[in-house]
Design a protein around this ligand. Sequence first.
Ligand code: ADP
Ligand code: MG
Length: 348
Amino acid sequence: MSEKNLGIIGGGQLGSMLCTAAKKLNIKTTIYCDDIDAPAQNFCDDFIFGEYNNKEKILEFINKVNVVTYEFENIPYETLNEINKIKPVLPKPSVNRLIQHRIAEKDFINKLNIRTTRYVAIEKKSDMDTLEDFLPGILKTTTLGYDGKGQYPIKKIEDINSLNIDFSKGYILEKLVKLKKEISVIITRFGNNNFDIYEPIENIHQEQILKYSKIPAEISQKILQQSKDWATQIAEELKYIGTLCVEFFIDRNENLYVNEIAPRVHNSGHLSINAYNVSQFENHVRAVCSLEKIPLKKLSNAKMINLIGNQIKPYRQNFKLNDNEFFFDYLKKEIKEKRKMGHITTLI
Ligand code: ADP
Ligand code: MG
């Protein structure tokens, strides 16, 4: 293997954008995914279809690559750990194990003296009976959720009865924050105190799915600094290698909370492709492939709109873009309601 070959687990749009960034750096990519229709196969050099516990297929994958990363967090820890015995997995598997569990993740953040929403573990239905303090709240599965999947708003305890919830799964109940704003901070860490950090991004969600992102975020200097400090502290504490995103809430009293950590590139950072000299994707590839870090420069303010479900259709039909607009089609086979199909970034 004379050339570098980056293995990526997961074949969605984040995987695709990692492949495009790698190509620019002359690094080959091999995607491993359990979805035969994974859109990233349109962007990678090699595609392997297999379940995440298929040892034979995983071995075939390991043999092709020099280093392995992942584009989503819900991969069995065992799989990452086994791969890591043969080829380096970055960010390291223990980071993924911690963050894929909402309670372990929040316990970790609070130990750093960083504020999160108030939360409590729910293991059985009767645990809900004494929890008035956490209401109104949101009940979330502790693992495997994304884009609002596995989340139930709970106003009063009786709401639970009308929901058909399988309590064998493990849940967390989070107090609802009266949101003023949501922001995210993306950081790429290369090693001890060696990182690139992007300015905070302001995000608007609709039905718990990200819809708009923009820079600059309209926030106070204090929130700007605190969010960057907390993201840096989290990345350093995890000894993280690669790109990480911290999602934050700002409440109506200007308190900052960490909502969650994404141990990967993030949807809110798509605008970095056009608005910075080095995108979150390129920086991730640089960090996990041990390439040099380039000083990060912002080129423009920007806003990004996610195209969800049918919203992609008009843009696929010869839509005329202005010079400052960039359209990305994830080339997903099937349009589905609530599925992220593409995005548009506008430099402003
Ligand atoms: P996911 O893993 O699906 O991204 P999140 O926990 O980030 O899950 O929730 C998705 C969105 O739902 C958040 O970005 C926010 O808009 C809303 N949300 C989630 N938890 C809370 C909360 N405790 N208070 C207020 N809004 C919340
Ligand atoms: Mg989230």
